[in-house]
Each structure stands twice: as structure tokens, then as C-alpha cells.
Ligand binder design. Structure first.
Ligand code: 13P
Length: 269
């Protein structure tokens, strides 16, 4: 344990949106509003735009990442993109296990764990997405679902792999729906995830950034980000509008200054 505060991370998952012109204009507008020394700011555009944006992003101190990767290193996997390719075009992060990949592409916990492992092996920081569906929440299964999703990665990759990773809690029922978890609901799951990791290594659990995702907007960001175990946001819709994304970055900076409780200590749960 130690008492270093966790730096906020605000990540924009653009999903399958944009064009070259839109991507460049969006990044230019974010850069113009910066620099944001007190927050990590990450953009995750569709694959074809990563290389195009790398110089804009790196010269402004922003971070860039992919939305998915293949679990394989290379070879006959038509349509897939490897971790090494992402690194080659300047990415430092990659989402793994986003609920849209789990839902529409049938990614199981085992596939997600293999992707996490491939990302780490390539030198990327995996952003592991976890979260329950509405039915699962209503059935009281939130903690069981989230722990199974985290445990699949723990058992394949080990706790040390979380030393250079991010976790994003994204309740499926809040993604793109305008429904947002209350700060209490989100905080409870974030604390649960941190405690789960702390069973294996309290230092790693205390340092890891755990992001909330699901209809985060400027209007609700401060209340969520002020919670002790919410270290940032994984933003979908609002990351496509520079003014909204920047307002969320500013909210993370304001709240991280006030939340003295956001210390990197974690008790095993
Ligand atoms: P929305 O912010 O559009 O709800 O999307 C959240 C998300 O899925 C980010 O990965």
C-alpha cells in the first residue's frame, strides 16, 4: 500500500464513427482546449485513423489506443488487427472485452482473457471492460458476473498483468441508453472490483485506474468522478463532441483535486 493519488483517465471510445476529416477536427479541438496535465486523456478511434492521428496526439501529450485486437500474433486471420500492428502505428492502449464485442461478436470471457494477454505481450495497456446486463442486475448477479469477467483474466494472465492495465466498469444497460448508474451503484461495483484485485495484490489494486462507462456526460460526470474508487470515464457518445469530452476531462481534474480519499490503498475483499 502507499498513498499516491490515482491520476484520472478520461478515454473516448469513438466506436464505428467518424471520417478522416471528423477525426482530425475532433482531435484538434481537444488539443486546443488543453494541455491537461492533471488528467490522462485517451482517444480510441477506429483502426484506419490511428496512424493518421498519431503525430497530432503525441505532440499534445494525448494518448491513443485501439478498440479491439486479435488474440493471435500474426497469420491467416482475415480482417484482424494484431497488438504489434497497433503498437506500430502509435497506439499505447487497447480495449478488450467491450460489451459490444461480447454481445455482437460472441466474445467469451476466455477470448477476452486471450486478448488481454496478447495486448500485454505486444506492449499495449489493456483496458478490460466488464459489466452486467439489466437482467443480470435485476437478478442480483452483478457481482457474480463482474467477478467472473475479472477472474477469467486473472487466472490466465496473473495479477502482475494488472500492474500495467486499466479496468472499465460499463453496465450494459447504461451504454448508449441515456440511463446512467447512480454514483452509489457505480462506486459499489468499483470498490468490489478493487477489493477483488486486492485479494491478490493490494498495491496493484490500489494503483489501478478503474473507469466508469455508460452514458457519462458533462451533466453527470462530476458526481460519478467524485466517488472514491471511480478514477475516470470511458466515454462513448459524448466523446464525439469536443466540448462535451473536454467538459468531462475538466470535471475529472476538478474532482480529483477534492477527493482526498482517492488514495492508492486497497483492502482485500
Ligand atoms: P456511451 O457513453 O455512449 O453510453 O458509451 C459508453 C461506452 O460503451 C464506452 O465504451
Amino acid at each position: 500500500m502507499n498513498d499516491m493519488p490515482r491520476k484520472p483517465l478520461i478515454a473516448g471510445n469513438w466506436k464505428m464513427n467518424g471520417s478522416v476529416a471528423m477525426a482530425e477536427a475532433l482531435v484538434d479541438a481537444i488539443v486546443e482546449a488543453g494541455p491537461f496535465a492533471a488528467a490522462d486523456v485517451l482517444v480510441m478511434p477506429p483502426f484506419p485513423y490511428i496512424d493518421r492521428l498519431r503525430s497530432r496526439v503525441s505532440s499534445a501529450g494525448l494518448l491513443i489506443g485501439g478498440q479491439d485486437l486479435s488474440p493471435h500474433e500474426s497469420g491467416a486471420y482475415t480482417g484482424e488487427v494484431s497488438g504489434a500492428m497497433l503498437v506500430d502505428v502509435g497506439a499505447g492502449y487497447v480495449l478488450v472485452g467491450h460489451s459490444e464485442r461480447r454481445q455482437y461478436h460472441g466474445e467469451s470471457d476466455d477470448v477476452v482473457a486471450a486478448k488481454f494477454e496478447a495486448a500485454a505481450a505486444a506492449g499495449l495497456k489493456p483496458v478490460l471492460c466488464v459489466g452486467e446486463s439489466r437482467e443480470q442486475r435485476e437478478a442480483g448477479q452483478t457481482e457474480a458476473v463482474v467477478s467472473a469477467q475479472v477472474d477469467a483474466v486473472l487466472s490466465r494472465c496473473g495479477i502482475a498483468a494488472f500492474g500495467d492495465a486499466v479496468v472499465a466498469y460499463e453496465p450494459v444497460w447504461a451504454i448508449g441508453t441515456g440511463l446512467v448508474a447512480t454514483p452509489e451503484q457505480a462506486q459499489q461495483v468499483h470498490a468490489f472490483i478493487r477489493a477483488r484485485l486486492a485479494r491478490h495484490d493490494a498495491t496493484i489494486a490500489g494503483r489501478i485506474q478503474i473507469l466508469y462507462g455508460g452514458s457519462m456526460k458533462p451533466q453527470n460526470a462530476s458526481d460519478l468522478l467524485a466517488c472514491e474508487d471511480i478514477d475516470g470515464g470511458l466515454i462513448g457518445g459524448a466523446s464525439l463532441k469536443a466540448d462535451e469530452f473536454v467538459a468531462i476531462i475538466m470535471a475529472s481534474i476538478m474532482t480529483s483535486g477534492t477527493a482526498s480519499a482517492k488514495q492508492s490503498d486497497a483492502a482485500p475483499g
